[in-house]
Design a binder for this molecule. Sequence first.
Ligand SMILES: Nc1nc2c(ncn2[C@@H]2O[C@H](COP(=O)(O)OP(=O)(O)OP(=O)(O)O)[C@@H](O)[C@H]2O)c(=O)[nH]1
Ligand SMILES: [Zn+2]
Length: 220
Amino acid sequence: MEPHIMEALINRDAETFFPDTPLRPDAFEKNDAEKIRDIEYHFAQILQTLGLDLNDDSLSGTPARVAKMFVKELFSGLNPVSKPRISLFENKYGYHRMLIEKDITLYSCCEHHFVPIIGKAHVAYIPATQVIGLSKINRLVQYYAKRPQVQERLTIQIANGLKAALGHNDVAVIVDADHLCVAARGIKDVQSSTVTSSYSGKFQNENTRAEFLAFVRTGK
Ligand SMILES: Nc1nc2c(ncn2[C@@H]2O[C@H](COP(=O)(O)OP(=O)(O)OP(=O)(O)O)[C@@H](O)[C@H]2O)c(=O)[nH]1
Ligand SMILES: [Zn+2]
């Protein structure tokens, strides 16, 4: 990739890519087709090492399927081109209470074991001069979730992404998720879940935070 294109891509997500997600310096040198080709080759090696016969008609397409799924779906958030376009609108209504987008569906991938993290994100902000298109909050969550992650980093990236979009810090994020590396293997605890949070700006005030938590707890 041309250096100036790479630089433009990285800058597009500068607030949340570096130094957080541990990327190699050559992370953007291969295009998607080249990445899919390489992953297909290596995943076939893994399946064969496990003793599986890739001539079987059910398995023969699996390396290509997994490679495409990694690049285009599960890990699409490693590509800054996937970053959602954020729509902001003038806050003509003078709405200055908190807005909470709660129960946002979250599927991510544990970077330690490469198995799913499944949960919910609850995201809030207090509008200043602009409001954000609601779906863009969900899209930001999905974008950062589509990377190999640890939950702490995911939570901070969502918060930083929203702060950068809004141009201020009055943002709160809670992620409540099940890690299949804890539930389906290892300790095999299917009951526990992991909660992480980020409170900035006005959400550092105890009463504001309590209001947010009360809304998150309230059912529909
Ligand atoms: N802090 C943090 N740890 C995580 C996350 N996802 C998985 N882990 C933990 O990463 C740790 C990796 O520990 P290791 O001892 O290297 O791996 P392991 O031998 O497979 O550990 P067990 O899961 O205990 O069997 C485990 O304790 C996981 O529970 C996450 O999002 N955040
Ligand atoms: Zn894990």
